[in-house]
Design a protein around this ligand. Structure first.
Ligand code: BEZ
Length: 227
């Protein structure tokens, strides 16, 4: 199964280093969530990724986003690996709760298969496909807002994940879209379905229409509206 944007995320229960999650939907609650998958514990790229994610935890919290990782090893293995992650990322040894975010133990790869997270090109010692590096951003109503899939050999950019969360949360409530390379605080584009009349009401501080050879007035820039 592959998830499409807007799909309801299937609910599931899972064991994690922080204990059992009986209902993923209840665990998300009214927050946003990011589900990250990882090929395996005690692997170099995954260690850099989880350390980076833990360093950015305050940025996820500011945005009311609950991160949760998934790796196809046991809870015991996750707990031992977390000590390496903390050491590698110079993270406090006594992070409470046990780590900044839970790591799902998907030993039988049930969730990896259900969510279409396998990388057919990377196999473990037994010849089984490894989990790829997926990141699923999930909204409070439990639908898929964004997905990225990287192969096992390419680590993700966690500043980019924070950047897209900023765009998703802004564009969920304001009639704007964010242009190439946008960063929070940068100018936004008024979405094409907003008429010129509506745009004047919605953006009283004004907007700038960029002249293009077609003469069409569709590139309309405005300051980032406050949330
Ligand atoms: C890693 O996390 O370093 C890794 C895992 C599987 C394949 C390649 C790299």
């Amino acid at each position: 199964m592959s998830l499409r944007l807007g799909d309801k995320i299937p609910n599931f229960s899972a064991d994690t280093n922080e204990g059992r999650i009986d209902s993923f939907h209840e665990w998300i609650g009214d927050s946003w969530a990011v589900l990250f998958s990882h090929p395996a514990d005690f692997t170099p790229v995954c260690t850099t990724e989880l350390a980076r994610m833990a360093q950015l935890m305050i940025e996820f919290e500011k945005r009311h986003v609950k991160p949760i990782a998934l790796s196809c090893d046991s809870v015991d293995s996750h707990r031992r690996w977390i000590e390496d992650i903390k050491s590698f990322g110079s993270l406090p040894k006594s992070t409470e709760p046990p780590f900044s975010f839970p790591i799902i133990a998907d030993v039988e790869r049930k969730l990896a298969v259900q969510f279409g997270m396998l990388d057919p090109d990377e196999k473990d010692a037994k010849g089984l496909p490894l989990t790829c590096r997926a990141a699923f951003v999930i909204g409070p109503e439990k639908t898929l807002k964004l997905s990225i899939l990287y192969p096992a050999t390419t680590g993700r950019n966690f500043d980019e994940i924070i950047r897209v969360i900023d765009s998703l949360q802004l564009t969920a409530v304001k009639k704007v879209a964010t242009p190439a390379d946008w960063k929070s605080g940068g100018d936004c584009m008024i979405i094409p379905t907003v008429s010129a009349e509506e745009a004047k009401q919605l953006f009283p501080d004004g907007f700038k229409t960029i002249a293009v050879p077609s003469g069409k007035e569709y590139i309309r820039l405005t300051k980032q509206p406050p949330l």
